[in-house]
Design a protein around this ligand. Structure first.
Ligand code: PEP
Ligand code: MN
Length: 357
């Protein structure tokens, strides 16, 4: 919908507007109210170039979009009934839990094997383990390819699908040579459109899924959904959206917790929402509350940093990993909360069968 600055456009202005939109296959419908005119666009109004040209006209106040800017990620898109699966199970049915160490310490593989077993026993659905780490300091531990072998060994021992972060095409090559189930795109790369496109292209036709963290610098919800659209547009729709907190942080927390966007994401898109409470609040003693909050907000699951002995961990584990006993209780409680939500989901998404009820 095009909203002019003045109450009426001159015939020349109207003709100019019509000729621009016609170039993009759009017809205009003029609606004349008592005090002003607006112009509805009939056709695909999401055309960036056209929007920029109209927005640049000195007599136009603004263009309000009726359609969402994303196509495939929209709840009404042809992918609306797509289900993301892990080990054959639909993500979100029964509240999905991905848990494991922030960082796999190649010097301590047994810790990771024990953590993996504990995640399985606690009822986790998938195992996370950081091989390469995005560290603020270039002098901090950056990761080690040996950890990829440890991750795969833990998968073989437990049968759990595995998740690890990918930061560049070289790592992507290595990961794709192994049987990794979930490619995690971290908060720092959620705006790296070249990498998102490359990942999408390389996983086309494969069963692998992407867990896309929300960039800590993202504001508008569209930005997050459009980042997912970059991956999905390449042909593999197995994507999970992961709010993980934004910056500036809420005083005392690591980030500004954002699990509250779960219902909004679920309303706008069909993709499962997996909240990361660990990086959001950043301290082990706060994490269980944030997990329950995520379940309360209707998330489809959580990804939680867990370690059998956090004090012996590396990366984020000493400060924010929960122990397996805490994880086990959190999983039980989150699943109980999620099981209560069928009716609320029914109000949020009235046209959709609510599988969880
Ligand atoms: C992580 O999952 O360990 C991590 C680095 O996450 P984020 O990209 O959200 O900071
Ligand atoms: Mn971490």
């Amino acid at each position: 919908m095009i909203i002019p600055k003045e109450s009426r456009l001159t015939p020349e202005q109207e003709a100019e507007l019509e000729s621009i939109t016609a170039e993009f296959g759009i017809k205009l419908m003029k609606i004349t109210g008592e005090t002003r005119q607006i112009f509805l666009m009939i056709g695909d109004e999401r055309q960036e170039e056209m929007l920029a040209r109209i927005g640049g006209l000195e007599y136009i106040d603004r263009v309000d979009m009726v359609q969402e800017p994303y196509k495939l990620m929209a709840r009404g898109s042809e992918l609306a009934n797509h289900k993301v699966r892990l080990n054959g199970r639909v993500v979100g049915e029964g509240f999905t839990v991905i848990a494991g160490q922030c960082t796999i310490d190649p010097k301590n593989p047994n810790h990771f094997y024990e953590t993996a077993q504990a995640v399985k026993e606690a009822g986790g659905d998938a195992l996370r383990g950081g091989v390469w780490k995005p560290r603020t300091s270039p002098y901090a531990y950056q990761g080690d390819v040996k950890a990829l072998e440890i991750l795969m060994e833990a998968k073989a021992r437990t049968g759990l699908p595995v998740d690890t972060e990918v930061m560049d095409p070289e790592q992507l090559d290595l990961i794709l040579k192994h049987d990794v189930d979930i490619l995690q795109v971290g908060t720092r790369n959620a705006l790296n459109y070249g990498l998102l496109r490359e990942i999408g292209r390389r996983i086309r036709g494969r069963k692998i899924a992407v867990l896309l963290k929300r960039s800590m610098h993202m504001g508008k919800i569209e930005e997050f959904i459009m980042a997912a659209e970059y991956v999905v547009a390449q042909g593999n729709p197995n994507i999970m959206l992961c709010p993980r907190g934004t910056t500036p942080a809420m005083d005392g927390y690591r980030n500004h917790p954002d699990e509250s966007i779960a219902p909004l994401l679920k309303e706008r898109t069909w993709a499962p929402v997996i909240v990361d409470p660990s990086h959001s609040v950043g301290k082990a003693s706060y994490v269980p509350f944030a997990c329950l909050a995520a379940a309360g907000y209707g998330a489809d699951g959580i990804i939680v940093e867990t370690h059998v002995s956090p004090r012996h961990g590396i990366g984020d584990d000493p400060k924010q990993a929960v122990t397996p006993d805490v994880l086990a209780k959190v999983i039980r409680d989150c699943r109980a909360i999620a099981a209560m939500q069928g009716e609320y989901m029914g109000h949020l998404l009235p046209r959709r069968a609510v599988a969880r009820a």
